[in-house]
Design a protein around this ligand. Structure first.
Ligand code: ZN
Length: 269
């Protein structure tokens, strides 16, 4: 959390508020995020103009007028919200004043988020991200090749950011339910129709979630401080013991490696 739909929603909500604005001042109140912010972080950003805001996997990319990119990852509980300057809240770690008078504030209770400034190439090497799930590169052929080459569970393959970028525990549970595939199924045992179902379900679930402005479970808010609503449409995630929407079998929850998988033991094979 947040995953691709939430990060894309933040991007869309911030786009019209920050594009074309210059960064007037940067205040770092807490530099100890997942990695400490660079000592020159504030100096590097101050005076730059934000040309564009794009997304790659779960990362936000702010393209700056000097050719650099300011990269933001929201980690587990990060929020990047633009609004009128207001009283500080607990866990407001970075405040960025923009030329239009708005303040972009980064709030992160658990501090697993990340911020860096660098060139597009240096940041791409650092993040090592796989293909975008909503792009053409995430095809049946691509996933089939990756699935055939691994003994891992299909769930682990799909949440590996080096394979496909942007999917986490929530959406992998939802998309595997739609595809009728169990999370623990070994990827190389999938046949081509199953891989096709997974690719189709991935794109469908992510697009639907973006339409509903992401899922707000604990902390997530968009760039204007509004929650998403896709959590109301979950078929399996967080619904252990409830009836499967397709067959009424109770949804099962299994824990492995600190993560819960939710699935229908009848519909998913
Ligand atoms: Zn079912």
């Amino acid at each position: 959390m947040p995953e691709l739909p939430e990060v894309e929603t933040v991007r869309r909500s911030l786009e019209r508020l920050v594009t074309g604005q210059s960064i007037v001042a940067v205040q770092v109140r807490e530099a100890r995020l997942r990695r400490p912010l660079a000592n020159d972080f504030a100096a590097t950003l101050t005076g730059r103009v934000i040309r564009q805001i794009s997304r790659r996997g779960k990362y936000l990319h702010f393209s700056l007028d000097d050719g650099h990119v300011w990269l933001v990852h929201l980690g587990m509980t990060g929020r990047l919200v633009a609004g009128a300057p207001a009283a500080l809240l607990p866990h407001d770690h970075v405040l960025i004043a923009l030329s239009n008078g708005l303040c972009l504030r980064y709030n992160d209770t658990r501090r697993f988020g990340l911020m860096m400034v660098g060139t597009e190439t240096s940041l791409a090497l650092l993040t090592g991200l796989g293909v975008e799930p909503l792009g053409r590169a995430f095809s049946v052929r691509y996933l089939w090749t990756r699935a055939q080459a691994t003994q891992r569970a299909v769930k682990d393959l799909l949440i590996d950011q080096r394979v496909v970028a942007g999917i986490g525990n929530i959406y992998v549970c939802e998309l595997l339910f739609r595809a009728g595939v169990r999370p623990e199924r070994i990827a190389m045992t999938l046949d081509q129709p199953a891989v096709k179902q997974i690719v189709k379900a991935t794109k469908m679930v992510l697009r639907e979630a973006i339409c509903h402005r992401g899922s707000s479970i604990a902390d997530y808010l968009d760039g204007e401080g509004n929650p998403g609503s896709y959590q109301k449409r979950f078929c399996v995630y967080g619904r252990a013991g409830e009836s499967c929407p397709q067959c009424a079998t109770p949804i099962r929850r299994e824990m492995r490696g600190g993560r819960s998988s939710f699935f229908c033991p009848n519909c998913q094979q």
